[in-house]
Ligand binder design. Sequence first.
Ligand code: NDP
Length: 276
Amino acid sequence: MTAPDRYGVMGYPIAHSRSPVIHRLFALQTEQNLQYDLIQVEPGELESAVRQFQREGGKGLNITTPHKGDAALLADELSDRARVAGAVNTLLVKDGELFGDNTDGAGLVRDLKSNQELELKGSHILILGAGGATRGILGPLIAEEPAQIVIGNRTVPKADALVMHFSDGVPIKACRFQNVPRNMEFDLVINATSASLKGEAPPYPESVISDKTVCYDLSYGLAPTPFSTWAKKHGASRSLMGWGMLVEQAAESFELWRGQRPDTKVILDQLEVNAL
Ligand code: NDP
């Protein structure tokens, strides 16, 4: 048997990532001979780690916190959605060159619409956090024509920069967590901060949650995340974690690398995460 093609995910921290399990399940389902590893890469070390991976014959990478912006700068060519996002979560090594894509937004929208059956058109959306993940999801969310998007972030200039960048099409504004409009009902509140990875709990604005609000934490865990517990406690209609997005964005990456799209429903059932 030939050696498996090598893939992996680079990030910091990385031990929590479930991407290896998901890609191994995809590989089994589609009968692909591949290996997928966790690769811890400290901030500022992405370029040397990617170059080493290329030298060793690696075929493709997922890139996660905090390296998505750096990966966009490193890629020789970008997909349209990665260029718009200025963030890359998927690298394909092709003829010695790096092609960068961003599958986060497509993964989230597919989970929200197909798996969770949410209507995004005309909805009011609050996004907490303005890092690489928010950059990745904004374009695809805006394409769904929500009525408004508000971005709340600890560091307001970072949210302001996103508003400037994505100002075409949908009304979008930025503010601090504490200044999220209290008189506005949100249909969807997305937690795109990495606070829970560090065991931190920012001052999430509880006034925005009504019994019609769906809360979606991009972070995920085998136990409820601090944000999903907070959302339930404050009366959200549904409190979801980012397992569906994780599996859907992984399927997009897998298709880019291997030319075959796995059946994500089977994998979500195998992971039994819908029951969490
Ligand atoms: P980044 O490091 O790029 O951005 C982190 C964001 O979190 C910033 O807006 C930062 O605010 C904010 N933040 C961090 N700590 C705190 C805190 N204590 N209080 C308030 N705000 C805080 O991370 P990413 O955008 O790449 O990832 C964000 C999260 O999304 C991660 O948990 C990641 O695992 C998850 N994710 C999940 C995916 C999935 O498929 N389910 C896909 C992609 C990401 P500031 O700007 O002030 O520093």
